[in-house]
Ligand binder design. Structure first.
Ligand code: SF4
Length: 249
């Protein structure tokens, strides 16, 4: 399809998804054919989608980006979730050469020192594995919600991702946190114990802290960066990444 046709197809899908509940949204995606990949960070929204996939048996590939810097609680939750819902969560890892090149240039924890270094780390540990997870995919499913943060307020149900040449589907776009919590309770979905300790949004351990009462849900992510649009490049265009002299970058 041409780029224009892909945009049109995503718009049509967006309108159709808006009328459906979560399981039927996933079934509609399944019915499109092609390879549909759901990437989970094991956050509470993603746990809802994994549960719905497992409980409804839809043919959607579930993948996670195992950055090498995740909380132990997150790693434990991967195994628990696979067993609870009889799903396989495929792990995609960074390239060791990339990690070595990053550490040589910035230091292992150089991401605290500059936005450039932080983006370079997210590129190595998240964007490169994501590209591997999405190889051959025609649809990419995420757990984005509009009420998570200001820059996610206009998240559609479906949009054409021109950079990756696929349709990106966000089946929880219109869900509130209360909706999420109600589903988790109704289906006894296992969730990361860190949520109960003040972590509504959980990423890599060195880059996530608990939030204070009243703070936005994602305030604990890259908290040292004074920027309302803090993201890792998965869901917004990636910032320019300097060369690390690594073959896979
Ligand atoms: Fe690196 Fe932090 Fe990004 Fe994880 S969240 S990839 S540790 S900069």
């Amino acid at each position: 399809m041409t780029s224009h046709e892909n945009v049109q197809a995503a718009s049509t899908l967006d309108a159709a998804l808006a009328e459906l509940d979560l399981v039927d949204r996933l079934r509609l995606v399944e019915g499109l054919g092609g390879r549909a990949v759901f990437t989970t960070s094991l956050g509470i929204e993603d746990q809802v989608i994994t549960a719905a996939i497992g409980l409804s048996n839809v043919a959607i590939h579930v993948a996670t980006l195992e950055t090498g810097r995740l909380f132990k609680e997150t790693l434990d939750l991967i195994a628990e979730t696979e067993e609870r819902f009889d799903v396989t969560i495929a792990r995609y890892y960074p390239e060791q050469d990339d990690i070595d090149a990053y550490a040589a240039k910035y230091g292992l924890n150089g991401f605290y020192e500059s936005v450039e270094a932080r983006h370079a780390c997210c590129h190595v540990r998240k964007l490169v594995p994501l590209a591997k997870a999405l190889e051959g995919a025609t649809v990419w499913i995420t757990g984005l919600r509009r009420s998570q943060s200001g820059n996610r307020a206009t998240t559609p149900f479906a949009e054409y991702d021109a950079e990756r040449n696929l349709i990106k589907v966000n089946p929880l776009a219109d869900w509130s946190l209360d909706d999420i919590n109600a589903y988790v309770s109704a289906e006894a979905v296992p969730i990361n114990p860190l949520h109960a300790r003040g972590y509504p949004s959980i990423g890599c351990e060195p880059c996530t802290r608990a939030i204070k009462p009243g703070e936005p849900e994602r305030a604990g992510r890259w908290w040292w960066e004074n920027d309302e649009k803090r993201e890792c490049g998965l869901h917004v265009p990636e910032a320019a990444v300097p060369s690390l002299n690594s073959s896979s970058l």
